[in-house]
Design a protein around this ligand. Structure first.
Ligand code: GDP
Ligand code: MG
Length: 445
């Protein structure tokens, strides 16, 4: 969101032709009459990464394009191809993620604010800054088919459909799934580490490594949920490759990325324990005693399983039992809370804010996140500046209001919450709280 910006610094470009079948010899980024020529990455013919030092300066209305020199079987058939960018779109989204045919182009751009807009930026909601750095919480969910990955995601993020932008039917770990109902998270999915799943461990490891190398926070993977079903068990609970994955994490091979184990379908586990319990010794017991006994048995059975998970995971990899049944909503909230905490500690607070924004099962976390965002503003410093003195309480309330409704991530396709009418209601409400009239535009802070 760079609407208040007069120009952008274009500091990098990544192009991935691996799915396009094109054979590209070189590429040239052109901005007005400036050109930067670059070639494929070392050891690759399909990916290009280039950083521009100093960055190129893009103004609104500039002609901005990428020229490609495509290799053909015969050198005399070398062909040029031009991709024109929509400058307004680049300004609107800052970092632009474009698809051209099957080629994926990512432009890294930073807004350059004009000096005169510094006042405005003081009152600019901090959520803009956070969303600019990290517009979506990026999560990788691993687990064999049927363990309940999709159901868990849907509950946690309050959605019921996810779409990928792959035109082909097949998807893989690189496929980004997003939802129109909640665009604050992006999901990558991977099947588990069952025997017969090929070298999935290697695929997952490679994916995590690649994403770790990306400098820009929003392209990094912010958290991993490793899912399997909790069950009663006498023998081993984890597949060899699952144990190897956990060991890689423990040994630091995967870096700081938070991995949380989600033990799914806890309700099914409860049902199973209850249905197979030997009730004969309980004859003549009162209801409370029976319930206590059942709960103790349940906990003991659960502990057998979780102890084994802990043995494999070690103390640094937390786990949570979850269920998609509404009565167990707290469990998903707990999974999210421990994930958010790890993301905050090990990745970046901006990504953890997005985790808080994206999730929709834990209103307490939404509130905490919203407070966290407002805390980032140095209100004291702000209040003492000339810029602030001229502002009415209403202007300040607007900032709080904007932060709040976006951080709470309420599905509001018609933008009712952004409407003048709703804001008037809020102002009116604050008026009634007896802090004096703030609807009076002349009243200063
Ligand atoms: N009882 C119960 N069933 C679940 C739970 N989570 C998922 N399921 C069911 O398990 C099946 C597979 O779930 P799905 O989310 O599609 O698994 P995925 O293949 O890992 O994405 C579906 O029939 C779900 O309804 C749960 O917490 N409890
Ligand atoms: Mg699924």
């Amino acid at each position: 969101m760079a609407s208040s910006t007069s120009y952008l610094h274009i500091s990098g470009i990544s192009v991935d032709f691996s799915k396009s079948g094109q054979n590209i010899e070189s590429a040239e980024l052109r901005l007005r009459d400036e050109q930067r020529l670059f070639g494929p990455d070392l050891g690759s013919e399909e990916t290009f990464h280039e950083t521009f030092v100093p960055p190129m300066k893009l103004s609104r209305g500039d002609r901005f394009s990428l020229g490609l020199l495509c290799k053909r079987p015969f050198p005399w058939e070398n062909q040029r191809q031009d991709i024109d960018f929509d400058t307004e779109e680049v300004f609107r989204t800052c970092d632009t993620h474009e698809k051209h045919g099957q080629a994926i182009i990512i432009i890294t751009a930073q807004a350059e604010r004009t000096a005169s807009s510094s006042e405005e930026s003081l009152l600019r909601p901090t959520k803009d800054e956070i969303f600019e750095m990290c517009p979506r919480f990026r999560i990788l969910v691993i687990g064999k088919s049927g363990v309940g990955k999709s159901s868990l995601i849907n509950k946690a993020f309050g959605v019921n459909t996810l779409v990928s932008d792959e035109r082909r039917g097949e998807t893989d770990i690189n496929t980004e799934f997003i939802s129109e109902q909640n665009d604050k998270f992006v999901l990558h999915e991977s099947k588990g580490f069952e025997p017969g799943e090929g070298d999935n461990l290697e695929i997952v490891q490679q994916f995590i490594q690649q994403r770790r190398q990306m400098m820009v926070l929003k392209y990094q993977v912010h958290a991993v949920w490793l899912c399997f079903e909790i069950s009663r068990t006498g023998g081993r609970v984890l597949e060899t490759d699952t144990e190897r994955f956990l060991k890689l994490k423990r040994d630091g091979e995967l870096g700081d990325i938070p991995v949380v184990v989600a033990l799914t379908k806890y309700d099914k586990f409860i049902d199973h324990v209850e249905h197979t319990l030997d009730y004969s010794p309980l004859k003549g017991w009162n209801e409370d005693a029976v319930e206590k006994y059942i709960n103790q048995t349940l906990e003991a059975e659960r502990d057998v399983f979780t102890r084994r998970v802990q043995e494999a995971a070690g103390s640094d990899i937390p786990y949570a039992t979850v269920s998609t049944k509404d009565v167990h909503k707290d469990m998903i909230a707990h999974l999210i809370e421990i994930t958010e905490e790890r993301v905050r500690q090990h990745v970046a607070s901006e990504a953890s804010v997005l985790a808080g924004v994206a999730q929709l099962v834990d209103p307490k976390l939404n509130i905490m996140t919203s407070i966290e965002v407002d805390k980032r503003r140095d209100w004291d410093a702000l209040a003492s500046t000339a810029a602030f003195k001229g502002k009415t309480v209403q202007a300040c309330l607007e900032v709080l209001h904007t932060n709040m409704i976006h951080v709470w991530n309420i599905h509001d396709p018609h933008h009712y919450l952004d409407s003048k009418e709703f804001k008037a209601l809020v102002v009116d409400l604050v008026d009634k709280l007896d802090i004096g009239s703030i609807a009076n535009p002349n009243r200063n802070m």
